[in-house]
Write a protein that binds this ligand. Structure first.
Ligand code: N01
Length: 535
């Protein structure tokens, strides 16, 4: 039976992470009826699921937080320079309570698909178990890192020990004490859990295929003076972050390698290295992401630091990356390289001895077998598009999002998709989100989406959809920018190459947060240029 119009919500927002919390609040404020749907039991998004020991954000807490409500930013007290996962989760619960958005959400409810109905100009969103809701508009706030990538390792099902994934870590405490533990993966997640596991494991095997660049976080408690310094003029601090390339204040000298010269460049790198922040380090010189010489100098600087920290040249050699620095995620750590000095830690270099299979008692490489009690997958995510391509999302004329993005993840302005009317993808492909302080990128998206919905309502417009031409133009623009950077040479989740069968396409807008927001606002000011709008 078709439902009556009163069953149709104005907007369904999927996901209760940073995006969903703010989006539902903002839309309710504007007088839209809004329903949030979340598969977890509570808010938090990626910070709800990722709970492995050692997890912290690599953006500083005073930056990695909402700016839209001064009461919230003044009232919440961060305690450390880099926030730990439990603190971020508590923060999001605090915000959700303060804004009373929990009442807008259906928790423990998984979206399985969504279909556009041309006749009623609405979406039917299928939710488990066996229910559906209808909405005029859908906002996917499902995030960029929400679907773990589980590698297809032969014999995984035969492993008799504990098999854990960092991205879906158990909610009950996990002990490494006295166990033989293997960690597969040395990206941001692996690099954080490895030093913690090493502290109590009987033996830890670090299975590395591609080394990362990592810097010491120099995490520390926040002093009352530092908190006061920021909070006394939070508005200016936030405005500076939003006007920057990375959505974060970096205090860069704003000069290229050639302008600084080697001696000054080294001094500036020492400064940002000592500060401890990937964003500051990456911004030490303006041309690190684009100029091979500047990048080589920075890479050599970072490699020398790795050698010092490892304290064993032969071992350090195996831990040294060979990609252009900053073209894959630049990690931060606490004691990562020092961990390899421990007697109970062994680096298993999978480039020398590839992983063959898991066995009932451990794992096997081409060089032999290893017995372990626990095997930890820190193998990353099917990022940016992986969550939505797993859902059955059907747009105009039966077009499936999985088919469209299976060929190439095209997205207009990183926020809307041709063939999928009345649908927004917050932090979608070709937005700056993955390489920014993502909370700033999210605020930009939420505010822009809310403005667009409000503007369309005022104009009596019921259906919007980006044109193919506008979408292709944005994709081409994103690719043109990438072609000017060294990122075109590196494989990573930014380009989808970590997942077999996924198209290798740049999924990050590298033009910077501030220029990106200007482009969005320009489109809005021009009455949503590139969209067809139907009354
Ligand atoms: O995932 P990754 P992550 N056999 O994709 C290896 C954010 N984050 O979860 O490159 C062997 O970076 C893979 O090796 P390779 C942050 O944005 C932030 O660590 O495929 N190895 C790689 O070493 C980050 O970028 C924070 O050769 C396999 C690792 O697994 C993003 O999340 C903390 C393999 C995956 O690294 C993802 O980070 C955590 C296989 N079959 C996460 N498959 C902070 O803010 C994969 N690997 C600090």
């Amino acid at each position: 039976m078709p439902r009556s119009d009163s069953d149709v919500t104005d907007v369904v927002v999927v996901g209760a992470g940073f995006t969903g919390i703010y989006m539902t609040h903002k839309l309710r404020e504007l007088g839209f009826s809004v329903l949030g749907i979340e598969r977890a039991a509570g808010v938090g998004g990626t910070w709800y699921w990722n709970r492995y020991p050692g997890l912290r954000c690599d953006v500083e807490s005073l930056d990695y937080s909402y700016s839209f409500d001064d009461d919230i930013q003044q009232e919440w007290e961060w305690t450390e320079k880099f926030p730990a996962q439990p603190d971020i989760l508590k923060y999001l619960e605090f915000v959700a309570n303060k804004l009373s958005v929990n009442e807008l959400f259906r928790f423990n409810t998984e979206v399985t698909g969504a279909a556009w109905d041309e006749r009623s100009a609405s979406w039917t969103i299928d939710v488990s178990p066996g229910d559906s809701v209808r909405a005029r508009f859908v906002v996917w706030g499902t995030g960029i890192l929400s679907t773990p990538k589980i590698p297809d390792i032969p014999g995984m099902e035969t492993f008799g020990g504990e098999l854990l994934t960092t991205a879906t870590w158990p909610h009950s405490p996990v002990s490494f004490a006295g166990k033989r533990v293997a960690v597969l993966g040395t990206g941001s997640s692996g690099i954080q859990v490895i030093p913690i596991a090493a502290e109590s494991a009987e033996h830890l095997f670090v299975l590395q295929r591609t080394p990362s660049f990592s810097l010491p976080a120099h995490n520390k408690p926040l002093t009352p003076e530092r908190i006061a310094e920021v909070k006394n003029d939070y508005a200016t601090y936030r405005a500076n972050a939003r006007a920057s390339g990375l959505g974060c204040v970096t205090e860069s000298v704003g000069k290229s390698f050639a302008e600084l010269g080697e001696e000054q460049a080294r001094a500036e790198l020492e400064k940002t290295y000592a500060y401890g922040s990937p964003m500051r380090f990456a911004s030490t010189m303006t041309d690190i992401p684009v100029d091979p010489e500047s990048n080589r100098f920075t890479s050599e600087f970072a490699k020398a630091k790795i050698r010092e920290r490892v304290g064993d040249d032969a071992l350090a050699e195996k831990l040294l990356p060979n990609h252009y620095i900053t073209t894959r995620r630049l990690c931060i750590d606490t004691n990562y390289y020092e961990t390899f000095r421990r007697e109970n830690v062994t680096l298993v270099d999978l480039r020398e001895e590839p992983l063959v299979r898991l066995t009932p008692t451990g794992f096997e490489t081409s060089a032999g077998s290893y017995d372990v009690d626990m095997f930890v997958l820190a193998t990353g995510f099917d990022a940016v598009t992986g969550t939505l391509t797993r859902l059955n999302i059907e747009g105009r004329d039966g077009l499936k999002l999985a088919d469209k993005w299976g060929e190439s993840p095209a997205c207009y302005l990183g926020v809307a998709v041709a063939g999928f009317p009345n649908m927004f993808v917050a932090t979608g492909p070709a937005s700056p989100a993955p390489l920014s302080n993502v909370v700033v990128s999210i605020e930009i998206h939420v505010e822009w989406i809310a403005r667009m919905l409000n503007d369309l309502r005022e104009q009596g417009i019921h259906v919007f959809e980006p044109t193919e031409a506008a979408e292709q133009e944005w994709v081409a623009h994103t690719n043109d920018i990438t072609d000017q950077t060294l990122m075109r040479f590196s494989d990573s989740w930014y380009v989808g190459s970590n997942v077999s069968g996924k198209p290798r396409v740049q999924m990050v807008y590298l033009g910077g947060v501030a220029p990106y927001e200007s482009a969005l606002l320009d489109v809005a000011d021009d009455n949503y240029r590139g969209f067809t709008l139907t009354k």
